[in-house]
Design a protein around this ligand. Sequence first.
Ligand code: FE2
Ligand code: FE2
Length: 265
Amino acid sequence: MKISLDLVEMTEIPADSAIYVSGSDIKRILYGIDIGVAELQYAKENNYDAVVAHHPVGLVNHYKVFWQHLKQLKSKNIPGEEARAVIEEKLIGFKFGAHARNYDSIPAFARLIKMPFLNIHCPSDELGRQIITQAIEELCKKASYPTLDDVIIHLESSIPEFSKAQTRIEIAKGSSSDQLGNWIFSHGAFTNGGFTIANLYYKYGLDTVIYIHITPADLFQILSIQKGQLLITGHLVSDSIGINPLLNELENRGIEITVLGGLLR
Ligand SMILES: [Fe+2]
Ligand SMILES: [Fe+2]
């Protein structure tokens, strides 16, 4: 956990990440984007020292990381008041969604079999946000008016994980010859901002919002308004881009890692 926080200069464990069962002297790790009881049992039987998930598995307050959208919205000159109102509305849905889920099923199993277990979400997503944002900034320095297609070609050729994914970077709204214009890669804030956050970016002059995934309902709402373009980079691949630097760092320290659960290494 500490190594992942250090990679993005975070000093506290964010609300969507946690150590469920602590452990020490970790030499072999099973690492996945999603971890369930089967993976925990497999790790126990095969002498792993710890299991790490990307997505939170047992937290009711994980959605508070959605407040990270505020910083990103403000960085594009969106008024704080308006941004806060949109975020607060989204939080109501996340809160009662979390209430409905069984938050202790998987951690309880890890405790029962005494398997060290943690999940690291926001620190890895923040790193992924930085990596993909920097790649697009690089393109914008080289080409004065890049198109959506230029962005896709540049990301796919400069970040190796994209060639390992079954998904492609998709233009969910717009056409390949449209200019990228004023843009944001909105990621690392628990989950995507759906229609309401994208709409706020469009309202304040952004041409292109880039998410890693979106629900069909939010997408149809975005498609129903006149303005704005939307790129979708792909869920597992974009999560993997933020996780792999941590895996490299762990391997440099002599830790053996087995990946599964959708992680593209
Ligand atoms: Fe993620
Ligand atoms: Fe994810």
